[in-house]
Design a protein around this ligand. Structure first.
Ligand SMILES: Nc1ncnc2c1ncn2[C@@H]1O[C@H](COP(=O)(O)OP(=O)(O)OP(=O)(O)O)[C@@H](O)[C@H]1O
Ligand SMILES: [Mg+2]
Length: 333
């Protein structure tokens, strides 16, 4: 299968870091003890979520239904449902506290700095408009391209997400495409303006296993090629094991465990995490966990590694956020 880089024009930007110099830069997204409440019931729904995402990093969020995964993501995207609010902690996107953002500033950020793909792609596309123009519209508005350039770019994006015959797909309506194809279209739209963070909330859940694997490869490719950081929400630990550097395990609004993926999945501390893993073992979770064997506790639970110790140390940086909301826009003729 062609790689993303082969599918992009030379010098094109889906993201902001090319080449292989591991320079993570400042965090693109950082949540500190985020609490979310329901104003109507007065109930706190999320009781303190923290994580930091640097460029190219992938954080996974797993946990039972209703544990607050989606609500947490929606808070980071500034799209909480009515009567939900962030009641504590802080969320920063590229060093900017989102509590300070005006509606216009959010509009400028959406798609350009932070973007998202959810489950059920069909509901995010207008059924009466061909899919290509819907992607082109994102490019036209967010990248301020002419209609002609936006069309060209949209076709490139459809190719970049491995849709065969992108010209043909461009002219098709949502109902003419399979679920996997629709999800690729959604991803194309989500990455159209080269966001630094993509939140994928159960983005592959509704897809069959083969298509799911292809979409996961695509996300891994995007991360690799463009330095885009990812938040991957999934109930599927195999997905997390495959993609994520770090994982948060949520339960009833609490983060019960948080650490490097391998540490959490090989040596879970919390009973609930053990339960999740036990449920997944029958699906062969371990085959995703050991691409590069490293000293691990083995079958016997050994001494607990320190939180933050990584078998596969990636570049790390401390928050020193610089306000830079400019996505390096690239105009076409
Ligand atoms: N639009 C909404 N209106 C009212 N309550 C909501 C809404 N969305 C979520 N909730 C409530 O907030 C809590 C957290 O929900 P959330 O959608 O974040 O769970 P989740 O972890 O994403 O679950 P799932 O795995 O099923 O997607 C739940 O109690 C849910 O009922
Ligand atoms: Mg959810």
């Amino acid at each position: 299968m062609a790689t993303l880089s082969q599918n992009l024009s030379p010098g094109d930007t889906l993201g902001h870091r090319t080449g292989d110099a591991p320079d993570p830069g400042p965090p693109v997204l950082s949540l500190r003890d985020v609490r979310i409440g329901d104003q109507v019931s007065g109930r706190e729904i999320v009781h303190g979520v923290s994580f930091t995402l640097t460029p190219g990093k992938v954080v996974g969020i797993v946990g039972e239904s209703g544990s607050g995964k989606t609500i947490t993501c929606r808070a980071a995207l500034g799209i909480l449902p009515a009567h939900f609010e962030v009641t504590g902690g802080s969320i920063e996107i590229h060093g900017t506290d989102i509590a300070q953002l005006s509606a216009a500033e959010w509009t400028a950020l959406h798609g350009v700095t932070i973007s998202a793909v959810f489950q059920d792609p069909a509901s995010y596309l207008n059924p009466s408009i061909r899919v290509g123009p819907q992607v082109a519209e994102v490019v036209r508005v967010k990248k301020r391209l002419t209609r002609r350039a936006a069309r060209r770019r949209a076709v490139e994006l459809l190719r970049a997400v491995h849709l065969r015959e992108p010209e043909l797909v461009y002219g098709q309506y949502p109902h003419e495409l399979s679920g996997g194809m629709l999800q690729r279209v959604l991803i194309a739209a989500a990455i159209a303006a080269g966001p630094r963070v993509l939140i994928a909330d159960e983005a592959t859940t509704a897809l069959d296993v083969t298509v799911q694997a292809e979409i996961l490869d695509l996300l891994a490719d995007l991360r690799e090629q463009s330095g885009m950081a990812l938040v991957v929400v999934s109930h599927d630990l195999a997905v997390v094991a495959q993609l994520c550097d770090e994982v948060l395990v949520m339960r009833q609004g609490d983060v019960v465990e948080h650490g490097p993926t391998r540490t959490v999945l090989h040596d879970p501390r919390h009973e609930y995490t053990r339960l999740l893993i036990a449920e997944h073992e029958q699906y062969g979770l371990e085959r995703f966990l050991d691409p590069k064997p490293a000293p691990e506790p083995g079958p016997e639970p050994g001494p607990k590694p320190e939180p933050g110790s990584k078998p596969d140390p990636g570049p790390k940086s401390d928050p020193d956020p610089a306000l830079d909301l400019d996505p390096d826009p690239k105009e076409e003729a």
